[in-house]
Design a protein around this ligand. Structure first.
Ligand SMILES: *Cc1c(COP(=O)(O)O)cnc(C)c1O
Length: 440
């Protein structure tokens, strides 16, 4: 019998719910702060978000003239984000499903402007720091651009001298991160934007992580270099409401310095039997729940709410950074500006440490260039960070005495993939792993 063919008769709703809760039972306990990535949980917002999301679950953002409320929410989320990021009334943008879509749209707009203004470029190039998010490489891959990487300095910031060498007649877009995902550092945005402007190249700031955090972190008195529309030469910015904006997943903003730049993003088809069809972004149907929740959370939190959440998270990350820096075997990488950072070790294997932490019930991310453990602090971590640090010290002690057993599959893969001399082999391994994950 084929267990994946639809059964003739469906299951009762409570039985379906029971099965789903059972499926989830062994997953990571993100509510208890066990996961150090991917989940942005602020308990105070939880019930409110569920209520808003479910109230708007049927509305479809594909129809802004039918669902005028969604049009209002969307335009206001974009406008509020623009103000927050130093934009004036000319700044225009769109609400997308996430950082990857925002980035895809910005890359498409830069490519299409270049096609219009510089049609002689045979193979357009996207110039980005090695630490910039792979969503840019993905966009380049989808849109027929070549991505060219700016190497990092020993301080793990893009090398400006190399950037000046690598920008050329085929460069149609250049990127900086504020902040970058791997190390949480803010790139020298002013300097990068100046290089781009000198060559009349589109400059995008990826603030997917930092956009809803850095303005408040700066207000709290931490040093944050200028990274938004206040910097001359910045053409577009991406900022995820579903990360530190604390919206439900499925909400990000892409902003352009003016509406003429955003026009390159749009798609219309005028010759379809089904009527005039036009969408601002990649997707067709768009979830009303995600759009409404983004608006609701921004209106509810306001500046006071975001500042308060940022203050709590920064206190947690200060405690953690101080404690990790006090462990002689560990070394924090680069210069983290906010709540995201990574640490490595010159004497122990970071992958072994990650495994030892996994064995203690903590879900941490692994990075491989260089090998490191990656952490993202959210409000869920305030109460567990001390317990995490106790376990981390214990894990370091254990790794020092060679107490660890074999590496886990994921750590072994990282250890292997990071050191393969032929990078096309690394690619094959990664594709194989991906195929394996998405099989029954
Ligand atoms: C998360 C992230 C992205 C991609 O966003 P998604 O919402 O995962 O698609 C891009 N850039 C940075 C810096 C990010 O942290």
């Amino acid at each position: 019998m084929d267990t994946f063919a639809l059964s003739e008769l469906g299951l009762p709703q409570d039985e379906v719910l029971r099965l789903m809760r059972e499926a989830r039972a062994n997953d990571a306990d993100w509510k208890a702060g066990r996961v150090w990535s991917m989940v942005y949980y602020a308990k105070e917002l939880s019930e409110f978000k569920k209520q808003v999301y479910s109230e708007f679950i049927y509305e479809n953002g594909l129809g802004p003239m039918t669902f005028r409320c969604l049009r209002k929410f969307e335009n206001e989320v974009v406008a509020m984000t623009a103000r927050m990021l130093g934009g004036d009334a000319a700044v225009a943008g769109s609400l997308t499903s996430g950082g990857s879509e925002s980035i895809l749209m910005a890359v498409k707009s830069a490519r299409d402007r270049a096609r219009e203004e510089r049609p002689e470029i045979p193979e357009p190039e996207l110039l980005l720091p090695a630490s910039a998010h792979p969503a840019f490489d993905k966009a380049a891959h989808y849109l027929g651009l070549r991505s060219v990487k700016i190497p990092l300095t020993t301080a793990l910031k893009p090398d400006l001298r190399r950037a000046r060498e690598l920008i050329g007649p085929s460069t149609v877009m250049m990127v900086g991160s504020a902040f970058d995902y791997p190390f949480g550092g803010v790139d020298p945005i002013r300097e990068l934007a100046a290089i781009a402007a000198e060559h009349d190249v589109w400059f995008h700031v990826d603030s997917c992580m930092g956009g809803f955090l850095l303005p408040w972190v700066r207000k709290l008195g931490y040093p944050v270099p200028a990274f938004d529309f206040s910097v001359p030469g910045v053409t577009s910015i991406s900022a995820d409401v579903h990360k530190f904006g604390f919206a439900a997943k499925g909400a990000s903003v892409v902003l352009y310095r003016d509406a003429s730049l955003r026009r390159h993003q749009y798609f219309v088809e005028t010759e379809w039997s089904g009527g005039l069809y036009g969408t601002p972004t990649l997707t067709g149907a768009r979830p009303g729940g995600a759009i409404a929740t983004a608006w609701a959370v921004m209106r509810h939190l306001g500046e006071e709410g975001y500042l308060r959440l940022a203050k709590g998270m920064m206190e947690t990350r200060d405690r953690m950074l101080a404690a990790i820096r006090a462990i002689p075997e560990l070394r924090v990488l680069g210069d983290p500006a906010a709540t995201v950072f990574a640490f490595t070790s010159d004497v122990l294997s970071p992958f072994e440490l990650a495994d030892l932490m996994s064995a203690r019930g903590w879900y941490v991310e692994r990075q491989h260039l260089p090998p490191a453990v990656h952490l993202m602090v959210t409000p869920a971590h305030a109460e567990v960070c001390d317990a995490f640090l106790v376990d981390l010290r214990e894990a370091v002690g254990r790794a020092k005495t060679g107490g660890a057993t074999d590496l886990s599959d994921v750590s072994a893969m990282y250890g292997m993939v990071g050191t393969l001399p032929d990078r096309s082999q690394a690619r094959d391994v990664a594709l194989e792993v991906l195929g394996g994950i998405y099989s029954l």
